[in-house]
Design a protein around this ligand. Structure first.
Ligand SMILES: [Zn+2]
Length: 51
């Protein structure tokens, strides 16, 4: 899959088998998984979209 770096916005192709290994950006070394909104539940998401 592809992950966009939250630090430099570079697109990184990450093999599925490496997703659990905390992949980092190949350009700047920032942790890519930090970009995922893990703190937002599915129930809370519609509120963000509505605003
Ligand atoms: Zn980066």
């Amino acid at each position: 899959m592809y992950l966009v770096c939250p630090s430099c916005t570079a697109t990184n192709r990450i093999p599925n088998e490496r997703l659990r290994d905390e992949p980092v950006c190949g350009k700047c070394g920032h942790a890519l998984m930090a970009a995922q909104p893990v703190a937002i539940s599915e129930q809370a998401l519609p509120k963000f979209i509505a605003d």
